[in-house]
Design a binder for this molecule. Structure first.
Ligand code: ADP
Ligand code: SF4
Ligand code: MG
Length: 412
């Protein structure tokens, strides 16, 4: 993991992307912010349609004209929002590059592999055809393509899916970009090929200090390669944390659901963070509206009245939220902080002795009303003789009075 003092290679601030068509307006990305430092891998996860690809395409400056982009995207100090196409063309490939999910749609079927890799070098580095061809062969070798000189003469259709994806990586890294965005780069590939591609990405960040934004549905991949995770929901960032912390103690109910952190009868838990993202009951909200409430509220059984009235912002969790993690708000840097956009972040770990009216409650135990176990059921007094304040939970409260009602599993 990178140190807190490293300046971000890429800094996205309050990014918004709105698509306007004659029939509708889609708020695909809304107020998204993240930083990524050199040599860091940031995994971006979330259900389909939550804005992962649109965010990446916006960063690359490749959105269609129907999109309006707001906010700021700074690449090594240079502002990309509002930059003209010539400037963006110069930056793309040289300072920032993207690997798409399906390489066949990105490769030119009528040009040889070697020519396509070499073209990027010629465009950005002004070298001759012969030198470009030689360097293309070196790059194909670097990404693990056997017999690279021979493969350089092949056309895309002559290569397997895994080899084509390696070619895409070779093209993407040809000019040693500071930032590489990989949008589900292994989704269409079998497990062995996936492992090879991930090794290439790992070695890139280690050898060249490339900052990698990795979009994936695969929690095993996240656990293996990411330093930090950004969880997106309905166009917004809802949780960001170092990878170990996110798996050990997801604080947003949506993240908990994705990780399968709440056991549901008949569903296998994503053990040790391995496996695919879990399905969450309920529908992803339409992005044509921007309701002034938490957008996860209709699917969240932690919700209370406050969740329906105001939208929570992504904020650093405080020391008392973290429980004994030993830091105060502001002590950890942007890339090390744990942030969640939720009025009632899920407690880090059970504190049964402090609020024992869960499964193992004792009738004469006293409920402190301020610290509650993750597994405890404070179901509005249904079985609990303890006194809660009954007041509206505060922004930082860990005991939101009535969030974990019977049927809480629906949140997962
Ligand atoms: N060109 C477009 N015009 C209108 N809406 C779009 C366009 N591209 C993407 N969207 C919408 O933006 C939302 C986010 O899409 P996307 O970023 O592709 O999701 P994902 O998280 O699966 O990558 C979706 O609702 C999608 O329908
Ligand atoms: S508890 Fe409230 S704010 Fe948090 S995710 Fe659920 S509905 Fe949203
Ligand atoms: Mg996508």
């Amino acid at each position: 993991m990178t140190t807190s003092t490293a300046p971000p290679a890429l800094s996205v601030r309050d990014l918004s992307v709105v698509f306007r068509t004659p029939t509708r307006v889609v708020h695909a990305v809304d107020g998204l912010s993240y930083d990524i430092a050199a040599g860091e891998v940031l995994a971006v996860v979330g259900e389909s349609g939550c804005g992962k690809s649109v965010t990446s395409t916006a960063v690359m400056g490749l959105l269609p004209p129907t999109a309006s982009v707001g906010g700021s995207i700074r690449l090594g100090g240079r502002e990309l929002v509002g930059a003209d196409e010539r400037e963006l063309r110069d930056v793309r490939g040289r300072e920032i590059a993207m690997i798409f999910q399906e390489p066949m749609t990105s490769l030119n079927p009528v040009l040889t592999i070697g020519r396509q890799v070499g073209e990027v070098l010629r465009r950005h580095q002004g070298i001759g055809r012969r030198e470009a061809r030689e360097r293309a062969v070196d790059l194909l070798d670097l990404v693990g393509i056997p017999a690279p000189a021979q493969r350089a003469r092949d056309y895309p259709h002559q290569l397997s899916g895994g080899m084509r994806q390696r070619v895409m990586i070779a093209i993407a890294i040809a000019c040693d970009p500071a930032v590489l965005i990989a949008d589900e780069p292994t989704t269409a590939l079998d497990v062995t090929v996936q492992a090879g591609i991930l090794e290439v990405l790992q070695s890139l960040r280690e050898r060249l200090g490339t900052a990698i934004v990795l979009i994936t549905h695969d929690l095993g991949v996240v656990a293996d390669i990411a330093d930090r995770v950004l969880v997106m929901y309905a166009g917004r960032g809802v949780e960001q944390a170092p990878v170990g912390e996110l798996f050990d103690a997801p604080r947003h109910p949506y993240t908990r659901g994705l990780l399968g952190a709440v056991p549901v009868p008949g569903r296998r838990r994503a053990e040790d963070g391995r496996g695919r993202l879990q399905e969450i009951p309920g529908l992803v909200p339409s992005l044509t509206e921007q309701p002034d409430r938490c957008t996860f509220q209709p699917r969240c059984s932690y919700a209370d009245a406050r969740c329906g009235e105001r939208r929570p912002a992504l904020r650093a969790l405080r020391e008392r939220d973290e429980r004994n993690e030993g830091y105060e708000e502001g002590e950890r840097s942007g890339t090390e902080r744990h942030e969640a956009a939720c009025w009632h972040p899920v407690p880090v770990r059970p504190v049964l002795s402090e609020h024992p009216e869960g499964a193992e409650r004792s009738d004469d135990a006293e409920c402190s009303g301020t610290e509650r176990s993750e597994g405890a059921e404070c179901s509005e007094g249904a079985e609990c003789s303890a006194e809660c304040s009954g007041a509206e939970p505060s922004e930082s409260a860990e005991h939101p009075e009535h969030p974990e009602r019977p049927g809480q599993e629906a949140a997962s």
